[in-house]
Design a protein. Structure first.
Length: 114
C-alpha cells in the first residue's frame, strides 16, 4: 500500500538499577550476585550494563543480554517494587562493579505516518 511506512522500533527503559555491592557466588559459572535498587523491573526484559555512561555489555549490533536470576532475599522473583533491595546475575557476564548501572528495556513498534 502506497504511503505506508515501516514501523520504527523504539526502546523503552523499564528499570534502572545501580549496583550497590557485589558478592561472589558459587553456582557453576554464574556471574556474581549484587545488591541493587530497582525503579521497576520485569525479569523478561532485555538488559544492558552501563559503566561511566557507556554501554559495556552487550556490545555489537543486535547483541542482547538477559538476567540469569532476580532475587528478593532468597526467593526468585519476576518483579521488584521501587526502592527495594534485590540481587541479580547476568547470563554470561561476571565483571560487575559498584557504581555500574543495569538498565532493563523493552522494544516497542511505533507507527509512522507521512
Amino acid at each position: 500500500m502506497e504511503g505506508m511506512l515501516e514501523p520504527k522500533i523504539q526502546e523503552k527503559v523499564v528499570a534502572n538499577v545501580e549496583v550497590r555491592n557485589v558478592f561472589k557466588i558459587r553456582q557453576g559459572n554464574r556471574c556474581r550476585l549484587l545488591c541493587a535498587r530497582w525503579e521497576r523491573s520485569t525479569a523478561n526484559s532485555k538488559i544492558r550494563l552501563v559503566r561511566d555512561g557507556i554501554v559495556i555489555y552487550p556490545t555489537g549490533e543486535g547483541a542482547t543480554a538477559e538476567l540469569a536470576s532476580l532475587k528478593r532475599f532468597k526467593d526468585d522473583v519476576k518483579e521488584v517494587p521501587s526502592s527495594m533491595e534485590c540481587g541479580l546475575t547476568i547470563k554470561n557476564y561476571n565483571d560487575l562493579r559498584v557504581g555500574d548501572v543495569v538498565e532493563a528495556y523493552e522494544e516497542e513498534e511505533v507507527k509512522r505516518t507521512l
